[in-house]
Ligand binder design. Sequence first.
Ligand code: ATP
Ligand code: MG
Length: 381
Amino acid sequence: MNRTYPPGATIGVMGGGQLGRMFAIAARRMGYRVVVFTPEENTPAGQLADLTRIADYTNEAAVRRFAADVDLVTFEFENIPVHTVTWCAEERDVRPAGSVLHIAQNRLREKNFMNSAGIPVAPFLRVRNARELESAIAEIGCPAILKTAAFGYDGKGQRTINAGDDLGEIVNAASADELVLERAIEFDKEVSVIVARSANGDIAAFPLCENIHRDHILDLTVAPARVDERVERMAADLARSIASKLNLVGLLAVEMFLTTDGNLLVNELAPRPHNSGHWTIEGCATSQFEQHVRAVCGMPLGVTEILRPAAMANLLGDLWSEHEPNWAAALQTSGVHLHLYGKEDPRPRRKMGHVTALAATCAEAIERVTAARDALRAGRK
Ligand code: ATP
Ligand code: MG
């Protein structure tokens, strides 16, 4: 079905996090109504939505009522039970479709899908016990990274395995029964492409982003990625091809490694707006959030042209450890934009917000965001 939902329609969003918050801002600006479904009160998305429905994802009656009350349903994070998506789909259009979510929810399914679609990924094997880990290590080699197949984010549920490690102990300590062992890739850079695909098959790719992680959490994104044109083209082609093969309607982020020998390997897929695309709010003709709205509502996709080089730095809860961040000092940096997600509890490693800077060059944009973030730590006068 290829229905369109023009402004004025009500979009239901599953999930209450910051991606839903920035989606709600874009959608409401365009004249849509937004209803958020989340198990929690006072969520980042709920604060900016027209309405929040608070219930558990497993509460079938509440999920169906939510879906029936909106015109279409989308989601802002992957880990929504498949049943929940099915209930919504029985009431209303769900975009992207539950089948896409199902693939992206599990690393093994995701990697098997990519293998069968001819998309290059790091060598991997399924691991369920110490014996399988041993044979997987023998095949893949060390160092390798063991990840939980489901529910991982920001590097949670991951561990690096080096030669000589006690494999039995590692499997026992793992928090899940189904694991994936991946070869640790020697990369030059991590990059990502965000693509949108509409129901009629149009695809628009955002400029390539360069991502710098710290402790397995995204720290900094720079756009356009400082790579040669060949890499940029290859990355966009891969993302387009994945979006088509998934028959995606919506937004998809494709995380990749640019290996030291100049090849791209896909690391992960996220069928939603992505942290590495936050800079598009100020840096692109259309933001990833507006693009998500357009794609799921069946509206024409927006132009993805970059306006100026941009850098985005995440603000983690750690920044609050000594005192409230010095907002005034950060905002004094020229060309810096502050985004806070309305979260009350600044736990370490928790994403609380981000800052974006535009500048004449990538180097200058990086200098500005890092200066702004450093200034947050400065004591107030
Ligand atoms: P997120 O959802 O925040 O992207 P995640 O927990 O789903 O994170 P991954 O994206 O798989 O996990 O890994 C997080 C980071 O860990 C990667 O961006 C990369 O820096 C590092 N990493 C993961 N897998 C590998 C690998 N096979 N080789 C080298 N580095 C890796
Ligand atoms: Mg990732």
